[in-house]
Design a protein around this ligand. Structure first.
Ligand code: F6P
Length: 479
């Protein structure tokens, strides 16, 4: 007998190309999001490989489920807009408001677990929690669904390319049992583009049905390329992402995993320079933190301690010179308090650094930044020397020390739940999507949407206001 859930399932996929399939994401979607920023329901639809016909192993538990405060039923949606003003501005009936698919196990699944082969790859820079995600994926696939073969590809997308000769790892619950004790990723990682045709050749050769990509925006663009080739070849391989970045710059989601761990480590560095600065006459502490385009780590780490006198982030330009500039402000702070502490995100003040003009890029295509930490240290020392105040600048760049550590308990829990959500999505035949948490609800986000823009600190928003209140720094340095 057809249940209401089966009917809804079929209805969602009815007008798609092929049996129960929905069309692949195109680069046009990406341009569309970037240009308009006006997300509609069509942009939130999740692509499906086909109709799910197999009963979930959890069917008994799921049948009684319905939307509650703590759970969103699979036929319900999580609203994208969360204020009265935003909902009103849509000007559409309530049932036409754009909504995201909730994560979670489906009553019907697409892949037969006994015949399903799964691949996992970690790409890009390290982030606390990568091993927790790998372990969570393996455990859910094995214990929950009974999948028997999970393969780990080594060193990012290079792991699919035979000329690198890295081989694969068989991932079993025994193999992953203790991996989360360490930071990093047991699979290794790399940056940079690899040919999606070659990657899909490898997936075909190895009879992989589901590929999990744990990576940042560059890796998700890579995953979209892989998914496009899969669709062109008319293969039934699901590609599901678990987005990763300690910079917390993924749009739409509340926070990226590993971010909490990273900023709490960063706050230890702030404490250290504060103690140093306080221990010398006119001491100045300076900490440079990661955050290429988004200053979340700097803001949160500074808020976690009330030690910082100034926080500098890429989103808010600043001037050094003049009475309203940073240097004069620091001088006044030192005169009033006997010391001062500056927290700077690595992407801040790039316009002040001539070296940055060279616009070099790394393997992921990211612009290489000038070193704002050393630059500020030198300028602060020179300035205090010029005005005749003896000072010592204590400079710390904790750099990789904040992201190479294991996840803290909060991030471990978060990663486990994300990895479970990713498995449920993939087993139900969803593809070209990532999992994320939006206002407490775990949801499916189409990959084009997840890479459509960057999450940044809003200079007019609550977080930056909280930082200004905590540091007492002016709204802007300079005229
Ligand atoms: O993108 C995340 C990040 O941690 C950035 O903050 C930082 O600039 C970058 O990675 C550095 O990573 P790598 O040295 O591995 O290129």
């Amino acid at each position: 007998m057809t249940s209401p859930h089966d009917a809804a399932d079929a209805a969602r996929t009815a007008d798609a190309t092929g049996e129960g399939a929905t069309p692949p994401a195109t680069p046009d979607n990406v341009v569309h999001f970037a240009r308009t920023q006006a997300v509609t329901q069509a942009d939130l639809e999740i692509r499906r490989l086909g109709t799910s016909r197999i009963d979930s192993p959890m069917l008994d538990l799921l049948d009684a489920r319905q939307t509650t405060e703590h759970y969103v039923d699979e036929d319900d949606r999580v609203l994208l807009d969360d204020t009265v003003a935003r909902v009103t501005a849509r000007g559409v009936p309530l049932d036409q408001l754009p909504g995201l698919e909730p994560c979670g196990p489906r009553r019907k699944i697409y892949f037969d677990p006994s015949k399903t082969r799964v691949g996992i790859v970690t790409c890009g820079g390290l982030c606390p929690g990568l091993n927790d995600v790998i372990a969570g994926l393996v455990r859910t696939l094995t214990y929950h669904y009974g999948v028997r073969r999970v393969v780990g590809f080594r060193n990012g997308y290079q792991g699919f390319i035979s000329r690198y000769g890295y081989g694969e790892v068989d991932l079993t619950p025994e193999y992953v049992r203790d991996i989360a004790v360490d930071g990093g990723t047991v699979l290794g990682t790399s940056r940079g583009h690899q040919d999606p045709e070659e990657i899909v050749d490898c997936l075909e050769r190895m009879h992989i049905n589901i590929l999990f990509v744990i990576g940042g925006d560059g890796s998700m663009r890579g995953a979209m390329g892989i998914e496009r080739v899969i669709a062109e070849r008319n293969l039934k391989i699901a590609v599901v992402g678990v987005p990763k970045t300690i910079d917390n710059d993924i749009p739409y989601i509340d926070q990226s995993f590993g971010f909490q761990t990273a900023f709490s480590r960063a706050s230890d560095a702030i404490r250290a320079v504060t103690v140093e600065a306080k221990s010398t006459a006119n001491g100045i502490g300076l900490v440079k933190l990661m955050g290429r385009h988004s200053g979340f780590i700097a803001c949160y780490a500074a808020l976690a301690r009330s030690d910082a006198d100034v926080v500098l982030i890429p989103e808010v330009p600043f001037a050094l010179e003049g009475d309203t500039g940073l240097l004069a402000h620091l001088r006044r702070r030192v005169e009033q308090r006997g010391h001062a502490v500056v927290v700077v995100a690595e992407g801040a003040g790039q316009e002040l650094l001539e070296a940055a003009q060279a616009a070099r890029t790394d393997a992921s295509g990211n612009r290489r930044l000038g070193d704002v930490g050393r630059f500020l240290r030198d300028r602060i020392e020179d300035h205090f020397h010029e005005v005749g105040i003896e000072t010592s600048v204590r400079y710390i760049d904790p750099s990789y020390a904040i992201r190479s550590v294991p996840a803290n308990p909060y991030d471990s829990v978060y990663t486990v739940r994300l990895s479970q959500a990713a498995v449920h999505a993939a087993m139900s035949g969803r593809t070209a999507m990532v999992v994320g948490r939006v206002r407490r609800r775990f949801v499916h986000i189409p990959m084009p949407l997840a890479v459509s823009k960057r999450n940044q600190v809003d200079p007019h928003g609550d977080l930056w206001q909280a930082v200004l209140e905590s540091t007492g720094q002016p709204v802007r340095f300079g005229p």
